[in-house]
Design a protein around this ligand. Sequence first.
Ligand code: SF4
Length: 227
Amino acid sequence: MSVAERAAREQRMANAGALVERCRKCAIGSTRLNSVYGEGDACADLMVIGEGPGETEDKLGRPFVGRAGELLDRMLLAIGLPRDSVFICNTVKCRPTFDDGVKLRNRAPDPAEMTNCRPYLDEQIEIVNPSIILALGAPAAKSFLGPAFSISKQRGRWFEGPRGIPLIATFHPAYLLRQTGGELTAVKRLVWDDLKAVRSKLDELKNAGPPPPKVEQIDLFGKRVET
Ligand code: SF4
């Protein structure tokens, strides 16, 4: 990836993020505190897609930064992927909420919101063009694989995602955080299996690809060296 290509992708991301910030296509565009466009490496091999921002994400304008986000960071690190090496976003860029009479509560995005927001997500996938997509939770997986997708029965399997990109789904970290005791142990084991599948696929795709081009770089003393 050349420096110019990376800069072009980052610029496209910044432009799209500015559009999202002005977007009011859905009612939640007016109840949000901040839009949450997404963040990470615009040239990442892995793109992680959740359903929508929660309360902390809405406050900070960043995806996966609450407790679920901390868990996601640990999950990714466990397979050798620091957070800033992947691209993280959601199917919708505004926090879906309902008013319970006391405060705004999180809810899953509705189909109309997902449809309205899809062009932004499609553009992100086009820009990053990842080797793999990891969908977190049923709503994100269903947005790619259809309403019949069952997270409990079909997580951990590979599907053809958008643009032909291999896609796998696992449980959302927030779901893990709601589990206790034996159920938590069982779900953790399943998620770990899914993460290992992601790691294996990334390695497999890397090894199957052409050898990386030799890059010329300038060492600290100004001499050109081949790596
Ligand atoms: S959810 Fe997406 S489409 Fe809807 S207002 Fe927010 S940015 Fe716009």
